[in-house]
Design a protein around this ligand. Sequence first.
Ligand SMILES: [Zn+2]
Length: 231
Amino acid sequence: MKALVLLSGGLDSTTCLALAVEHYGKENVEGLCIFYGQKHTRELRAARAVAAYYGISLTELDLARIFAGSDCTLLQGSTGEIPKESYAEQLEKTDGKPVSTYVPFRNGLFLSSAASVALSKGCSVIYYGAHADDAAGNAYPDCSEAFNNAMNEAIFIGSGEELHIEAPFVDKTKADIVAEGLRLHVPYELTWSCYEGGTVPCGQCGTCRDRAAAFAANNAKDPALKKAGKA
Ligand SMILES: [Zn+2]
C-alpha cells in the first residue's frame, strides 16, 4: 500500500508526512507540493527540504493561474495586507465568513489534484494535515470534518473504491499535532508556517501565533525560531 502526502512545507503537513512514513515506510510514501501563487516561495523550499530529509520523492505542481482572479491576501494578485492578528480577532470582523487568508476552495482543489496524482502513481491513500483549529469559527471551512468526510466519500466513489483520504488531525488541535510531532522527532526547524516570506517567521500573522501557542502548550521551544535566533 502506497501513500501520497500533500506536503506544504508547514508544521501540519510535515507531521502528517512523519505519520505516513511511520505507518507505511518511506519507500511507500511520496509527496505532492502544490504552488498556488503565494507571494513568496518559502513554503515550497521548506517542502523540498522536508522531502529530502525523509528521503521521499516530491512531485511539484503549479496551480497559481487558477487563483489569478482572487483577492485572497496570501496571493500575488492581492494588494491586501496579511492580517497581523489571531484568527479569533479576525473572525470577529468577518460576520461568519472565512478569513482573508482563505484561499478559494484550496483543499477541494488540492485533494482532487492529489487524487489524480495518487491514482496515476498507484497510491491508495492520500494524507493531508487539515486540523480543527483552522476549521474553527469557519475560518477555513475546507479544513472541517464535514468537508473532509464529503471529499473522502467523493474520492472513494470516484476512484472506483481504490483511493481514500486520511486526515489524521481533522479533529485535533495544533497543540495535539505538535505533541505527535515531538514523539515522531519531526524536523520542525526545516518547516515554514509563516504567511510572510523573509528569512525569519514574522511572529504576528495568524499562523505564527497558532504555531507559537501550540509549542507553548507542549512546553517546547519551536526549533524554527531557535534557528532564527528568536528563542
Ligand atoms: Zn507569520
